[in-house]
Design a protein. Structure first.
Length: 127
């Protein structure tokens, strides 16, 4: 089965040796997104709320580039440097996804690229 590389100009370019997403069959593997502004490639400033929303916006842009949407996501992995933001992730996520929600893991980590406080990756199934 062949793979297709997915790229969106509305999400940050990869900052390493990886693709924004890879599609194999009807499954799309979305790389982790941190709260980078796609235009400036800098972390968004402001509240944790703004950072989490930027991550979901970035994931949405990549999902759309693969002809899908956030509601096609079946699995999320959320990485937080401070697990006290768990409830905020839940609150914001409920505004981006429709029920039934995707499966999800939330993992506390010591650090993330570029000093980010949150990173989220996903698996999306189309069709």
């Amino acid at each position: 089965m062949s793979k297709q590389i997915i790229h969106s100009h509305h999400a940050p370019v990869a900052i390493g040796a990886y693709s924004q997403a890879v599609k194999v069959g009807n499954t799309v593997y979305l790389s982790g997104q941190i709260p980078l502004d796609a235009a400036t490639m800098t972390l968004v400033e402001g509240s944790m709320d703004a950072q989490i929303r930027r991550v979901f916006d970035n994931l949405s842009a990549v999902a759309e580039a693969a002809d899908g949407s956030l509601n096609d996501i079946v699995k999320l992995n959320v990485f937080l440097t401070d697990l006290s933001h768990f409830a905020l992730v839940n609150e914001i996520m409920a505004g981006y996804f429709n029920d039934p929600f995707p499966a999800r893991a939330v993992i506390g980590v010591a650090s993330l690229p570029r000093g980010a406080s949150v990173e989220i990756d996903a698996v999306m199934v189309l069709g």
